[in-house]
Design a protein around this ligand. Structure first.
Ligand code: GLU
Length: 466
């Protein structure tokens, strides 16, 4: 194990967002690359907004993506005593102080500052007060003044904030609960996090946190702030751009390797490479080559990657993954065609498992209706002749696989002087109801010739009934 210790620290106030998943992925990749440790910490100090469902949804998303953590999950809500101890330590050392200013007073000061064109900042009224009245108070950090707080961000380069811009941060609320920035520092220090990789919406928190590390005598970790993910209109990616939850992508029929591959490329590149296996990602990922600007989420590209992984995926696994998408459609595969053959016939054609399931339904449920427009392209007599001939030939043939059935269709064409589409298309409609199905040989192999003959007879009967 190297000294590298990283963490993913979601707040459980919703599902696992794709942006969060990318942050988790970057942390995980770096840990795996450097033989470090990846820690999962649930930041649930906001008791009102944190829920158990959300924790479960986050864990489920991480597990589905295969981002296994080495330590945790740790819950901040289990650590209140620890935070309290450190608040007391800072108070004892005079590095924090009790502030008795009421909310109203602070609001008035804030308004005044705004009117006078000053940055609203706590004016330090209670910094030097000697008394200790019996009144509600918050604990504020005595932020060091003068100079600047700077750090070398692994992605964004050097970032410096003038210390005078940094407020005397509240580290403990009136009700005694610690605040977010304080807990993060105590946790990152006590978990010996060496590199903090997180969304760049936290950049402004970093200098405050650095001051806290220094005041507490903790080593300051390295920081890497990952740029945001935007929607196509360049606004921060949100629900209004489409699905943002990792689990929603699973339910829409995406493969975890496709989503990981997509997310790793979002803001990071390695030459012109687009396809990365898990191992390649680990080998090639480098936090310093993450770009500085925000990236735009592109569903088309995600679909393209998903199609790639479906096309090249292991059939047994795809079949397993397809099952819930089929049962969602009321399809049971028991007693029907071999699902592996079905997957094989659709692997090249489906961009998602949802699409694959949709296209697979006809294998298990014989068509109840036919694509009229497609049938209308052929003369009725021709259709009848095709159905009759094909049914007859199928009942005689010893062919059993796609190639054998395709050869049979070639023979039929040669014998009758028909062109392949003149036979293939009507048969495809008879077997599947429409024209968007795989090759007829593949379909018949999966259905079996007896079922194929039954369906062709049904289609012929449908013509007769018209
Ligand atoms: N809990 C924070 C969030 O979900 C992350 C804090 C951090 O990574 O430092 O945005």
């Amino acid at each position: 194990m190297s000294e590298l210790r990283v963490r993913f620290a979601p707040s459980p106030t919703g599902y696992l967002h794709v942006g969060g998943a990318r942050t988790a992925l970057f942390n995980w990749l770096l840990a795996r690359k450097q033989g470090g440790t990846f820690i999962l910490r649930i930041e649930d100090t906001d008791v009102e907004r944190s829920t158990k469902e959300s924790v479960d949804a986050i864990l489920e998303g991480m597990q589905w993506l295969g981002l296994e953590w080495d330590e945790g999950p740790f819950y901040q809500s289990d650590c209140f005593d620890l935070y309290k101890e450190y608040v007391q330590k800072l108070l004892d050392e005079g590095k924090a102080y009790k502030c008795f200013c009421s909310g109203d007073e602070l609001e008035k000061k804030r308004e005044l500052a705004m009117r006078e064109g000053r940055k609203p900042k706590y004016d330090g009224t209670c910094r030097e007060r000697g008394d200790n009245p019996e009144a509600p108070y918050v604990v504020r950090f005595r932020a060091p003044q003068g100079g600047e707080v700077a750090f070398d961000d692994l992605i964004k380069g050097r970032i410096a904030f003038p210390a005078e811009e940094l407020d005397d941060l509240i580290i403990q609320r009136t009700d005694g609960t610690p605040t977010y920035n304080f807990c993060v520092v105590i946790d990152d220090a006590s978990m010996r996090i060496s590199t903090v990789i997180r969304g760049d919406d936290h950049v402004n928190n970093t200098p405050r946190q650095i001051q806290l590390y220094q005041a507490l005598g903790f080593p300051v970790p390295q920081f890497a702030h990952v740029p945001m993910i935007l929607g196509s209109d360049k606004a921060r990616l949100s629900k209004r751009h489409g699905a943002t939850s990792v689990i929603a992508y699973r339910d829409m029929g995406f493969l975890p390797e496709a989503l990981n591959n997509y997310l790793v490329r979002l803001g990071w590149s390695h030459g012109d490479d687009e396809i990365f296996s898990r191992d390649e990602m680990i080998q090639k990922f480098d936090i310093s080559s993450v770009g500085r600007s925000a990236s735009v989420f592109n569903t088309e590209k995600l679909l393209w990657l998903n199609a790639h992984y479906i096309k090249n995926g292991d059939r047994e696994r795809l079949a397993d993954l397809l099952l819930p998408h089929l049962s969602k459609r009321g399809v049971t595969t028991l007693g029907g065609p071999d699902l592996l053959l079905v997957v094989k016939s659709l692997q090249e054609r489906a961009q998602t498992l949802e699409e694959m399931a949709e296209r697979a339904v006809f294998y298990y449920n014989a068509p109840q209706a036919y694509d009229q427009a497609a049938l209308a392209k052929f003369e009725q007599d021709h259709l009848r002749a095709v159905f009759e001939t094909v049914a007859e030939k199928l009942s005689d043939t010893s062919a059993a696989d796609a190639a054998g059935f395709d050869a049979l269709f070639k023979e039929i064409c040669a014998e009758k002087g028909w062109k392949m589409p003149q036979v293939g298309q009507p048969v495809r409609i008879a077997l599947s109801g429409g024209t968007q199905a795989p090759g007829v040989g593949e379909i018949i192999q999966a259905l079996g010739s007896a079922e194929a003959i039954r369906r062709i007879h049904n289609a012929a009967a449908f013509l007769d009934a018209k």
